[in-house]
Write a protein of this length. Sequence first.
Length: 490
Amino acid sequence: MFLLVQFFPVAAHEEGQYIIKMVPGGFEPSDIEITQGDSITFKNDDTGPRWPASNIHPTHEIYSDFDPRGPVEPGQSWSFRFTKSGQWKFHDHIKPEFVGDITVNKDDHSVEQVEKAYEFGFFTRIKISIARLYFRVFTGEAKRIMKEINVIELTDRDNPKGETELRYKLAVFGSKAIMDDLLIDSGDGAIYDCHQPAHTVGRLGFELYNAEVFKDGSPNCHSGLYHGAMEGFIKLNGVDNLASDISELCSTFDTDFGNFQCYHGVGHGVLAYESYDLPAGLVLCDQLENSYGRSGCYGGAFMENIMVAQGLGAIPGHKTEWISDDPHYPCNRISQDTFTQYECYQMQTSWMRTLYNDNGTKIIEQCLKAPIEQIPVCFRSWGRDLASIYLRDATAIVRGCRDVPMVDSYYDQCISGGLNVIVDFWGSNLKGEATELCSLTPVASKEACYKDLTYRMNDIFSDSSQHVQVCRHFEYDYQFICSGSTDIKN
């Protein structure tokens, strides 16, 4: 899918001229309101080079023309005329902690740029269909071709044909396969930083697959795919109705699991869009139309905040001020309403892991110091982290939860956190992977585990035959929990 830019010429208004100074502390002013067709001159009054550009760092694709494509040296200036109305957040590419906000009010007499997506040409669509069928049959050949794809080269800005070729490869193989290839080529980000290439994969993937790119995405490469998909989404839809547009975007899936994953991915992208201003990101999440969507968005935003604090942000140096050496921060500094606290503590042990170097004893001690109603939530977070640390190994999850007190459902919540990771990983392909975890838990916790699993099956499966396949793996004494109207004996 390409972007078609249509120009509608009308009489232009008398243009205004504005100045934003780039000073050692940031931008002056950092927030400004202008009219469509006006220009802003960015004057570098700092002692080193500066680079004002549109969000999201580091690819600047939300308003891609708003980018000098290089540093502005001390004493120099760069000017840009804003022909698109909307709210345009920006940052300094060299010092991304410096941010600002430009509101461009619509002027009916100004030249308007309207970006519309259109499909591949007729013959290209036929070529893509044939290629998909061919590689579905000849999987060995597909693997060989995938090994030859170099996503890092294709996303290099100096490669004039890179994006065209990558868009075609995405259409044939899908965003998940391309991201898997990027992870291999970059050594999981250890050989090359894969964040910026993942941005491009996400942006082009959104053009092709819309909300599916959020559902199929992951936080690999420092959430680059989520950020890029958010760039593509905002570039196409603008920001005037961002919350309602997101709700519409994520309501297109057949299962609650798909909806939730979409909102979760959006949460990652929202925080990047807001330049890691956590309260601002949560305000945007609050505008979503249902609590399910707000929960997914909050979870993505809190996770993104922790990932950046762990040094997993973009290059160079996404930063967040919403983290500290306090194991309960930011939960103890943001809104204390139950919903916000619940979502914060669902992710908080990921930061405790960093502070305590995965010392389970210390993490359990800190969970017991959380607000009383959030203690079980903290232990669920720990179970989630255990499943991540041990790559969903059921025995290791049970072993990691064993020191959690067997009171007030604390232990059960730890197991539940691990169970959710297993279910989320396999999605609609789940068979007996999660039931293995339930079978290994102490007898006192088995029923709670199997009930949890039964509940989660409603999220990931769209028909009863899929339930049957999992129910058959339940221990005999607990098969009644998920039987219902489903016959699991035949």
